[in-house]
Design a protein around this ligand. Structure first.
Ligand SMILES: [Zn+2]
Ligand SMILES: [Zn+2]
Length: 270
């Protein structure tokens, strides 16, 4: 099986290299399906600019054109697919849904990086300043926000499902009710979860989501992709062997792939 790698960031958002620079690394790493998912952030329906770490709103057409050109010129052994990683903000479905429905997208990733106006994955300092009660409240609200993102039905893949643990701060309260509610919503809306290997490279030293949550996903028949959240081309399939081993141990036999918003399952064999 050749890998599918869908969660990659380029210079169109906060990645280090251009889309074209991923090709050689993807081929060397055994990737047969390469997708780009630069950050799409739009703060409000009226917003005309995006922060510098996101795709500029006036560059969306260039983004699609650049990837379309790669699709047309990539070697036959490497299929290029087009995605975006959408930043879910409270009540943002109204203005994100039309963008997420663009027919040029092969798949969409919905991600929560903000709880209210707080960026939860930017700095460790943010977490260090929180009391135990606040960590409980932020974590609970994070999961509620993910659940709202899922329920919007705008997106195909739930990005780094438990990103809230990135800096290794954990709630003292049991969150299993709100996690179960989120996973039930993912199953009900036929979304896919990604095993995102970037967590192994962060303070938490654990992939997103944890093995326990992956087991709960499998119990609900939620399909998975493998992704590395690469911001550098050489990380396009980072820790995929480790991720595939974990998926197999959990009991997954197939992996999800996407083309033109259609999901299909491929046997997880190497
Ligand atoms: Zn993300
Ligand atoms: Zn990302």
């Amino acid at each position: 099986m050749k890998w599918a790698s869908y969660h990659n960031h380029t210079t169109f958002s906060d990645g280090a290299e251009a889309p074209r620079d991923f090709l050689a690394f993807a081929e060397a790493a055994g990737v047969g399906h390469l997708g780009f998912a630069d950050h799409y952030y739009k703060a409000s329906p009226e917003a005309t600019t995006a922060p510098d770490w996101a795709l500029q709103l006036d560059a969306v057409e260039i983004y699609f054109d650049t990837i379309a050109e790669l699709k047309a010129t990539a070697p036959a052994t490497l299929e290029i697919v087009t995605g975006l990683e959408f930043d879910w903000l409270d009540h943002s479905a109204a203005w994100l849904a039309p963008v997420a429905a663009d027919p040029r997208l092969d798949y969409t990733i919905g991600s929560v990086h903000f709880v209210g106006s707080d960026s939860i994955d930017l700095t460790r300092t943010y977490w260090e300043k929180l009391s135990t009660d606040e960590i409980n409240a932020v974590t609970r609200r994070y999961w509620k926000t993910v659940c709202e993102m899922v329920s919007s039905q705008c997106f195909d893949i739930a990005g780094h499902l438990d990103l809230v643990k990135k800096f290794d701060f954990y709630p003292t309260e049991d969150m299993s009710d709100v996690i179960a509610e989120t996973l039930d919503a993912i199953a009900d809306t036929h979304m896919t979860v990604e095993l995102n290997t970037a967590g192994w490279r962060k303070d938490c030293r654990a992939c997103y989501p944890t093995e326990a949550i992956l087991r709960e996903c499998l119990r609900r028949d939620i399909p998975v992709t493998l992704s590395s959240d690469a911001h550098q081309a050489h990380l396009v399939a980072a820790d995929f062997d480790r991720g595939a081993d974990l998926l197999a141990r959990v009991g997954y036999t197939h992996i999800a792939q996407f083309r033109q918003r259609e999901r299909f399952l491929v046997p997880l064999v190497r």
